[in-house]
Ligand binder design. Structure first.
Ligand SMILES: [Cu+2]
Ligand SMILES: [Zn+2]
Length: 200
């Protein structure tokens, strides 16, 4: 099944390579080709659209083990689904913040990724808050007794490619050592950047 799915992805890449229009066909094998033409053709994409992307998360400090994977899959109707899995044994039983940061550079203990990705110029906050939130404010993940945690979400604020106000390709997914208080500006006071991966 996995191989089949990868094959479909390859086919999607080939399609994208010979047709510059974004392809919004979902991963459901039952989709008809007609569904691929429901997307908007108006805007010229800054970055070619892809159907899936991934960030491999690694520790940014030699003495703090952090591993993880963030898988992003484009859905129908312009949404992106994230399935995140992280492991940070030193934070077992604690809650850690996860954000998308602006630059896809994990250097300088994650600080080279700069601030939270905030294309809409909003205040930092809890995802979905009426008071506003950054497009990168994924939020907190509670880790179990082994330091493992997962998060899944789906949003229409992100795209895999496309215009800079929505494209998350080339941005960094940061795992912090502490919890996001959803209040402190503009960071949430979430502590050091102990894990990082670039979305590609
Ligand atoms: Cu952050
Ligand atoms: Zn933020």
């Amino acid at each position: 099944m996995k191989k089949l799915w990868i094959g479909m992805f390859s086919a999607a890449l080939l399609f994208a390579a010979c047709n510059s229009a974004p392809e919004n066909k979902g991963t459901d094998a039952g989709n008809t080709n007609a569904a691929a033409h429901n997307h908007e053709h108006g805007a010229v994409a800054d970055v070619p659209m892809v159907q899936q992307a991934e960030a491999t998360i690694a520790g940014t400090y030699p003495d703090t083990v952090v591993n993880g994977t963030a898988k992003f899959v484009a859905g129908e109707n312009g949404t992106v689904r994230l399935e995140l899995s992280i492991s940070a044994p030193s934070r077992a039983g604690k809650t850690v913040a996860v954000h998308l940061h602006e630059h896809g550079d994990c250097g300088e203990h994650g600080n080279a990724s700069h601030g939270h990705w905030n294309p809409a110029g909003k205040s930092h906050g809890k995802w979905g808050s009426d008071q506003g939130f950054h497009s990168g404010d994924i939020g907190n993940v509670t880790l179990d007794a082994q330091g493992n945690g997962t998060l899944a979400m789906e949003t229409d604020l992100w795209t895999l490619g496309g215009s800079a106000d929505k494209n998350i390709l080339g941005r960094a997914l940061i795992v912090h050592g502490g919890e996001d208080d959803y209040t402190t500006q503009p960071t949430g006071n979430a502590g050091n950047r102990i894990g990082c991966g670039v979305i590609q």
